[in-house]
Design a protein around this ligand. Sequence first.
Ligand SMILES: Cc1cn([C@H]2C[C@H](O)[C@@H](COP(=O)(O)OP(=O)(O)OP(=O)(O)O)O2)c(=O)[nH]c1=O
Length: 201
Amino acid sequence: MHVNKLVLASGSPRRRELLSGLGLPFDVIVSDVDETIEEQMPPEEMVRTLAYRKASAVSNTLQDGIVIGSDTIVVLDGQVLGKPVDEQDARSMLSRLQGRAHTVYSGVAVIEASTGRHLVGHRSTLVHMRSLTDAEIVAYVQTGEPMDKAGSYAIQGIGSTIVDRIDGDYFTVVGLPMELLASMLTSFGIHVLKATEDSKR
Ligand SMILES: Cc1cn([C@H]2C[C@H](O)[C@@H](COP(=O)(O)OP(=O)(O)OP(=O)(O)O)O2)c(=O)[nH]c1=O
């Protein structure tokens, strides 16, 4: 199959939007990988493993292209909060997260399909969420926004109004650490910031 040089192995509209912002052409190929993972694994290992699993499931089907996979989890008191299974689950996650800080981990894997050469990295960001009343939690869950998000909130959406501050990279929380990704892409000959011959003079 012929693909653009860059391939995003993700069904996440947020990741697609962030990557679009770079102005590079890319294709999206969504893999249906099993995201089951050993619970005792350290969180950074978890997101790195899943990012690589997603990217390799797609790169294995291609002859060429540079494939990007990513994974995001929310960790509170050493416990991983993934996507909520239902509204009740979303409400209970938010009542645990409110009024305190948690860590968001995002892993990124970049694989060159023709050779299998790959890089895997991750970033983490501390997110301080403001206190929420039960009524606010119910109202937020009713918006529907939490349902497909790790930790049951979206910092880039209505969730922006419940985050007090963050320590670290914003894009790690949304789901794709952009500075990390760009530096990884450089190793595969894709330079987001490349001076043209004209501008070098
Ligand atoms: C914490 C947080 C998570 N999220 C999202 C990012 C991810 O889409 C999702 C975490 O689930 P993931 O399993 O990382 O990704 P995904 O299933 O949405 O997409 P794919 O596996 O195909 O790449 O949570 C936000 O959009 N905003 C936030 O503030």
